[in-house]
Design a protein around this ligand. Structure first.
Ligand code: PEP
Length: 257
C-alpha cells in the first residue's frame, strides 16, 4: 500500500499576516510544487489564514490548515472559531488534539472527539494528534495512552470519515525540545497506532490511513524517520518557521520514502 506522504507546518502562535506573506513568497521562489510528490500543508494562526489564502491564490500545491476549531456551530462562545468560518478561508485541514491544546487548554479526549466530528461535518480533514508524555513512556504506559487517545478520539467516527483523517503521532517529550524519537521508537509507535486502527476499522482502513511523525523533525533527521515503513510524513513546528528548512525537510523526507 503506497500512501502519499504529508508534510504539515504547524506555526503555532507565530507569524501574523505580513510574516505569512514573506514566508510564502520565499517558499514559492525556491520550489516547483508539482515536483514534490507529497502533500504540503501550512497551519498559520487564525488571523493569518486570509493572507495565506491570498498569497497562495494560484498555487494549488499547498493546502491550508487551521490549528484548532470549535466543537460548536455558532453563538455565545467568546474567542472561538467555527468550522464553517474556516471553510470560508479555503481551509482544508484542521489540527486537533495537539498536546499543547491538551496540556495548556485542558482539552479532553471527549472534546477532541467532538471537534473531529464537527470538522468532518464541514468536510475539513482533521490532523488528529496523539502522543505520550515522558513519564507515561517511562512508566511503561505508551500503548495504554495511545489506545485510549485513539479509541476516545475516534469514537463514533465512520470508516468513510476516517478516510479523510490524518493521525499525527507526537511524543510530547519530543515536541519543541530538540529531542527526537529514534527511528526505532517512532516506527514502533506508528506500527502500534496502525494496529489500533486495524482493530477498530479493519486492515484495509489501517493500510490506507496516513500517520505523520511530529517532534523536533529537522532537515538532518527527516530522511531517517521518513524511511520507516509506517511513517507517512511529518508535522513540523519550529523547523517549519523558516522556508528553506521546511523545504529541506520535505525534500529529504520524500527522497527517503
Ligand atoms: C508540533 O508542534 O507539532 C511539533 C512537532 O513541534 P516541533 O517540531 O517544534 O517539535
Amino acid at each position: 500500500m503506497s500512501r502519499k506522504p504529508i508534510f504539515a507546518a504547524n506555526w503555532k502562535m507565530n507569524k501574523g499576516p505580513s510574516e505569512t506573506e514573506d514566508f510564502v513568497k520565499s517558499f514559492l521562489s525556491k520550489v516547483q510544487l508539482q515536483n514534490l510528490n507529497c502533500d504540503v500543508v501550512i497551519a498559520p494562526p487564525f488571523v493569518s489564514l486570509a493572507k495565506l489564502t491570498e498569497a497562495l491564490h494560484n498555487h494549488h500545491g499547498i493546502q491550508i490548515a487551521a490549528q484548532n476549531c470549535s466543537q460548536f456551530d455558532s453563538g455565545a462562545y467568546t474567542g472561538e472559531v467555527s468550522v464553517l468560518m474556516l471553510r470560508e478561508f479555503f481551509t482544508h485541514y484542521v489540527i486537533l488534539g495537539h498536546s499543547e491544546r491538551r496540556a495548556i487548554f485542558g482539552e479532553t479526549d471527549a472534546v477532541i472527539n467532538a471537534k473531529i466530528k464537527k470538522a468532518r461535518e464541514a468536510n475539513l480533514k482533521p490532523i488528529f494528534c496523539i502522543g505520550e508524555t515522558l513519564a507515561e513512556r517511562e512508566a511503561g504506559n505508551l500503548e495504554t495512552v495511545l489506545r485510549t487517545q485513539v479509541n476516545a478520539g475516534l469514537e463514533g467516527v465512520s470508516e468513510k470519515d476516517l478516510g479523510d483523517i490524518v493521525i499525527a503521532y507526537e511524543p510530547v517529550w519530543a515536541i519543541g525540545t530538540g529531542v527526537t524519537a529514534t527511528s526505532e521508537q517512532a516506527q514502533e509507535a506508528h506500527a502500534f497506532v496502525r494496529s489500533l486502527i486495524a482493530d477498530l476499522y479493519g486492515p484495509d482502513a489501517a493500510a490506507k490511513i496516513r500517520i505523520q511523525y511530529g517532534g523536533s523533525v529537522k532537515p538532518n533527521n527527516a530522511a531517517e524517520l521518513m524511511a520507516c515503513p509506517d511513517i507517512d510524513g511529518a508535522l513540523i513546528g519550529g523547523a517549519a518557521l523558516d522556508p528553506q528548512s521546511f523545504l529541506d525537510i520535505i525534500r529529504n523526507g520524500t527522497a527517503a520514502e
